[in-house]
Design a protein around this ligand. Structure first.
Ligand code: FAD
Ligand code: SIN
Length: 536
C-alpha cells in the first residue's frame, strides 16, 4: 500500500484528459498534476478517431447556426441547446489552439486552405482531418505538448479502481459535510500489484467510453466505462445511457477482431455508397439523405436489411472513386482492407454496424461539474447534453477539448480552498485470495457482451430488456461475490464496471417508453411529445 498526494488528479490520457492537464498546468504552474492512465499514455479512443473534428471553419459557406442546427437535428429533440451553442461557438478556438501546439490537418491540394470533409448529418463541409488518422495525430500532439509541462506527471499502467468520498471516512464526516465530496481515488499499480491511495484537491474524470460492453465495437479494449461505473458507485448522477451509438460501417471480418476496424463515415462523405451483395442501393427506402443520413438511421437501415436478407453484412461500394485520391485520404482503411484480401478499388467493402460511442454518461453542467463536489468530468465519459439522443459525427473530439478548457478555467479561484483529506484509510484487501478460476471472469465478460448484443442492441423491446435485466442481475451477484473474495485484478474490475454500465444502459432503455434517436424499441415505435433525459 502506498499513499500519493497531488493537487490535481486526472483519470485518463485521451483528448479530454491531456487537454485539461496542459491547460491546468499553465493556469496553475505551482501545482502538481498527476494523470493516471490504465495502459500506455497513447492508448485511448482518441487515438483511433478517423474522420476528424467538426468545426465551423469556412465562414463564406458555413456558420455557427448551421452547425448548431445539424447537431440539434441529429440529437432528435434531446440536446441541451445552450450546451450545443457553447461547443459549436468555442470549438474553432480550441481547434486553432491544438494547431498551435503542432497538430497537422490536411490541406487542399496545392493550397494553404484546410481540406474540409463532410460526414453524415452535416449540411456543410466542416470536418478537419489528418488523412484517416486524425485521432492519432491529435493524441501525438497532446502527448508532446504535455511533456513540455514540468508539473504534469503521467503514470502509465495505473488503473483507477474507485473514487474516494467521505463514505470512506465514516459517519461523523458524512453528518457535517453536505452532499458528497471526492478526495481522490484508489488505484492499482498494474506493474507491482500495489493499491495506491491517491489524495487530491480535485479529481477530473476523463476515462472515455464503454464500447466493450458489446460483442462488436470499434472501441479499443480500454473502453470499459470505468469512470461512469466509479461515479455511479460513488452515488454520482448518470444520464442518457440508453443512447449507444452504433457506427454503420465497421469492417466485417469473419475472424471477429476486437476491436472491429472502422471504415470512416468520411468514406461515404467522399462518395462511397451503401449497397446490397447484389450491388443494389437500398438507402432510398429509408432516408432522402441516402448513405449520408444520420448514423442512427443508417445503422438501423443496415440492420434491417441484414435481418430481412439473413446476411452477415452489407457493402460499401468505392469502386467508382479515384484510386489516387482514395489512397491519399484513406491510406489506413485501404491497407486494412487489403490485409484481409479486399481491394476497395475492385471489391465492395463488407461492412456491419458496431457499437461506437456512449452518448450518455456522468451528468455534468456547462463547466464540467458532476453532482459530486470536487469531482469534474470531461469527454466521452460525460453527458453534457451536446449529443442528445444521437451524436453528430465528429462532434466528440470537439466536445472533449471545449469541456477540458472549461473545467480548467472553472478551477481558478477554487482549487486553493480545497484541502487534501488526510484521514482516508488505505484500501482494505482483507480476506481476499488470488483467483482460482480465471474462467469465471473471462466467461462472465463473454456472457455480458452477448446479453447486451442480443437484447439491448440497435433494436430493443420490453421482453428483450426484461430478459437482459434478469440475466445481468445474476451476473452482478456472481461478480460481486468474486469481488469480495478475490485479489483485485484489472480484468475483474473491468467486468464489474461493464456490468454496472450494462445495467445503466438497460435500465435507462426500459424507462424510455418511446423511440428516439439511437433508442429504438418495437413496443413504442413512436416519439412522445414531451421528452426528458433519463437520470439514474
Ligand atoms: P479516451 O480518448 O478514450 O481516453 C480515455 C482515457 O482514460 C484512456 O487514456 C484510458 O486509458 C483512460 N482510462 C480509462 N479507464 C481508466 C481507469 N480505470 N484508470 C485509469 N485510466 C483509465 N470522434 C470524433 O469527434 N471524430 C472522429 O473522427 C472519431 N472517430 C472515431 C473512431 C473510432 C474508431 C472511435 C473508437 C471513436 C471515434 N470518435 C471520433 C470518438 C472519439 O474518438 C472519442 O469520443 C474521444 O476520443 C474520447 O476522448 P476521451 O478523452 O473522452 O476518452
Ligand atoms: C468516422 O470516422 O466515421 C467516425 C467519426 C465519429 O465517430 O465522429
Amino acid at each position: 500500500m502506498t499513499r500519493t498526494k497531488t493537487d490535481i488528479l486526472v483519470l485518463g490520457s485521451g483528448i479530454a484528459g491531456l487537454t485539461f492537464a496542459i491547460k491546468a498546468s499553465r493556469l496553475f504552474p505551482d501545482r502538481q498534476i498527476l494523470v493516471l492512465t490504465k495502459t500506455v499514455e497513447g492508448e485511448s479512443n482518441t487515438r483511433y478517431a478517423q474522420g476528424g473534428v467538426a468545426a465551423v471553419w469556412d465562414l463564406e459557406k458555413d456558420n455557427f447556426e448551421k452547425h448548431i442546427a445539424d447537431t440539434l437535428d441529429a440529437g432528435d429533440g434531446l440536446c441541451k441547446t445552450d450546451i450545443v451553442r457553447i461547443v459549436v461557438e468555442e470549438g474553432p478556438e480550441r481547434v486553432r489552439e491544438i494547431i498551435g501546439w503542432g497538430a497537422h490537418f490536411d490541406k487542399e491540394k496545392g493550397s494553404t486552405e484546410y481540406d474540409l470533409a463532410r460526414e453524415g448529418g452535416h449540411s456543410e463541409q466542416r470536418i478537419l482531418h489528418y488523412k484517416d488518422l486524425t485521432g492519432w495525430e491529435m493524441q501525438r500532439t497532446l502527448m508532446e505538448e504535455a511533456k513540455k509541462c514540468p508539473n504534469i506527471t503521467v503514470s502509465e499502467h495505473c488503473f483507477a479502481l474507485d473514487l474516494i468520498t467521505q463514505h470512506h471516512l465514516g459517519r461523523m464526516v458524512i453528518r457535517v459535510t453536505p452532499g458528497i465530496e471526492c478526495y481522490g481515488c484508489y488505484a492499482l499499480n498494474k506493474q507491482n500489484g500495489d493499491i495506491d491511495t491517491i489524495l487530491a484537491r480535485v479529481t477530473v474524470l476523463c476515462t472515455g467510453g464503454a464500447g466493450q460492453v458489446y460483442k462488436s465495437t470499434t472501441n479499443p479494449v480500454i473502453a470499459t466505462g470505468d469512470g461512469v461505473a466509479m461515479a455511479y458507485r460513488a452515488k454520482g448522477r448518470v444520464e442518457g445511457m440508453e443512447f449507444i451509438q452504433f457506427h454503420p460501417t465497421s469492417l466485417y471480418n469473419p475472424a471477429g477482431d476486437n476491436p472491429s476496424f472502422l471504415v470512416s463515415e468520411a468514406v461515404r462523405g467522399f462518395g462511397g455508397i451503401l449497397k446490397t451483395a447484389e450491388g443494389e442501393e437500398f438507402m432510398q427506402h429509408y432516408d432522402p439523405r441516402l448513405s449520408l443520413a444520420p448514423r442512427d438511421i443508417v445503422a438501423r437501415a443496415i440492420d434491417s436489411e441484414m435481418k430481412k436478407r439473413g446476411t452477415e453484412c452489407m457493402y460499401l461500394d468505392c469502386r467508382h472513386l479515384n484510386k489516387e485520391d482514395f489512397l491519399a485520404h484513406f491510406p489506413t482503411i485501404y491497407e486494412k482492407c487489403k490485409s484481409i484480401g479486399i481491394d476497395p478499388m475492385e471489391n465492395m467493402i463488407p461492412i456491419v454496424p458496431a457499437c461506437h460511442y456512449t452518448c450518455g454518461g456522468v451528468l455534468v453542467d456547462e463547466y464540467g461539474h458532476t453532482s459530486i463536489h470536487r469531482l469534474y468530468a470531461a469527454g466521452e465519459c460525460t453527458s453534457t447534453g451536446l449529443h442528445g439522443a444521437n451524436r453528430l459525427a465528429s462532434n466528440s473530439l470537439l466536445e472533449g477539448m471545449v469541456f477540458a478548457h472549461r473545467v480548467a478555467h472553472d478551477l481558478v479561484g477554487k482549487l486553493d480552498a480545497w484541502e487534501l483529506q488526510e484521514g482516508i484509510p488505505d484500501w482494505n484487501a482483507e480476506g481476499t485470495t488470488d483467483p482460482q478460476e480465471m474462467v469465471l471472469i473471462t466467461q462472465g465478460l463473454k456472457e455480458l457482451r452477448e446479453i447486451m448484443s442480443y437484447y439491448v442492441g440497435i433494436v430493443r423491446s420490453n421482453v428483450r430488456l426484461k430478459r437482459a435485466l434478469d440475466r445481468l442481475f445474476l451476473l452482478y451477484q456472481e461478480t460481486e461475490e468474486l469481488y469480495k473474495t478475490t485479489t483485485i485484478s484489472p480484468q475483474l474490475m473491468e467486468l464489474r464496471n461493464l456490468i454496472t454500465v450494462a445495467y445503466l444502459i438497460t435500465r435507462s432503455a426500459s424507462h424510455r417508453r418511446e423511440s428516439r434517436g439511437l433508442h429504438y424499441t418495437t413496443d413504442y415505435p413512436e416519439q412522445l411529445p414531451f421528452v426528458e433525459y433519463s437520470v439514474l
